[in-house]
Design a binder for this molecule. Structure first.
Ligand SMILES: Cc1cc2nc3c(=O)[nH]c(=O)nc-3n(C[C@H](O)[C@H](O)[C@H](O)COP(=O)(O)OP(=O)(O)OC[C@H]3O[C@@H](n4cnc5c(N)ncnc54)[C@H](O)[C@@H]3O)c2cc1C
Ligand code: FES
Length: 285
């Protein structure tokens, strides 16, 4: 369903003009849902209006805290974090990939076009493409595909070669190839063998690890452990480096509650502020 007329973002004046760099300060704003589309399995793509200048400066890896309840309700009280799947500065919209998981995300996945959403963001840091990198390997598990699609868009715009490897339990849990830029090589693995390699996505990476200048990943934490085990024998001197996005349960999203801490070689960090993107070798599991 697409409704281009549904709501322009309110309180856009609260969004700063930008600092001239890559990171935009977080602000609360209200935007209208303009499209809801099926994506994979029971997950949906939800597109909402957002302040144009903010959308223009968004970078892959950043996320938004969405208030997932009706105006008359306080349940759930806390916002829920969602990565940006795609942004469109021309339409002044951002898109989330939403998997109905618990009560907040299920509420969000049921919202029709026209619903006004109260959103805080953009939050967190970003994936960084090293200036000299030419070949990028992106490794996605489930809805972890979201920030990597945004990164693939960014990389293709810069003329880089991208291989996007995705794993899921079955074919229904994989992104449709049409949701990726056509320039991207798409490699898939399913645990039940219904599409691509039968097994885990970490089992198909050997050739690509040698080819890649930089690896980016987003998925459940067990995927990161098997990713590290799979690629470690193939890396030389820690290369290619690996950036991962850690999705810990979050409460405040602004570094105040410490619900989301991650142990790193530089000490304990709040992943909502210092992350969610980390160097794989920096994280202590
Ligand atoms: C930075 C970040 C980006 C995210 N991006 C996306 C995205 O693009 N798309 C998407 O569908 N989801 C994303 N998530 C996950 C999403 O935020 C959670 O699924 C959601 O907050 C769960 O809230 P709920 O109310 O639906 O479930 P609840 O009813 O609150 O929780 C159900 C159960 O899940 C546990 N739980 C809640 N959050 C998490 C978590 N992050 N990890 C492990 N267990 C958890 C709770 O402790 C509880 O036991 C992201 C999370 C983070 C931290
Ligand atoms: S979610 Fe509160 S400090 Fe990170």
């Amino acid at each position: 369903m697409i409704d281009p007329e549904a709501g322009r973002a309110e309180r856009a004046d609260q969004v700063p003009a930008g600092d001239g760099g890559s990171v935009v300060r977080a602000r609360e704003f209200v935007g209208g849902i303009v499209a809801v589309e099926p994506a994979m399995g029971d997950s949906l793509l939800l597109t909402m209006s957002a302040p144009e200048q903010m959308v223009r400066q968004l970078r892959a890896g950043r996320f938004f805290e969405v208030l997932c309840r009706d105006d008359a309700s306080y349940d759930p009280l806390l916002r829920r974090p969602f990565s940006v799947f795609r942004s469109d500065p021309t339409a002044s919209t951002l898109t989330f990939l939403v998997r109905p998981y618990g009560r907040g995300s299920a509420w969000l996945a049921e919202r029709p076009v026209g619903t006004r959403l109260d959103v805080l963001g953009p939050l967190g840091n970003t994936y960084e493409i090293p200036p000299r990198a030419r070949n990028l390997l992106l490794v996605a598990g489930g809805v972890g595909a979201a920030p990597l699609v945004m990164l693939a868009d960014e990389a293709v715009r810069r003329g880089l070669s991208v291989t996007f490897a995705m794993g899921a339990a079955g074919a229904a849990g994989l992104l449709e190839p049409s949701l990726l830029p056509s320039e991207v090589e798409y490699v898939v693995a399913t645990e039940d063998g219904s599409k691509g390699h039968r097994g885990y996505v970490t089992e198909v990476l050997a050739d690509y690890v040698r080819w890649a200048d930089q690896i980016f990943a987003c998925g459940p934490e067990p995927m990161y452990r098997s990713l590290r085990a799979a690629i470690q024998p193939l890396r030389v001197g820690g290369k290619p480096p690996v950036q991962i996005s850690i999705e810990r349960a979050m409460a405040c999203g602004v570094g105040a509650c410490l619900a989301c801490v991650v142990e790193t070689r530089h000490g304990t960090q709040a992943s909502c502020v210092d992350g969610p993107v980390y160097d794989l070798d920096e994280v202590i599991w």
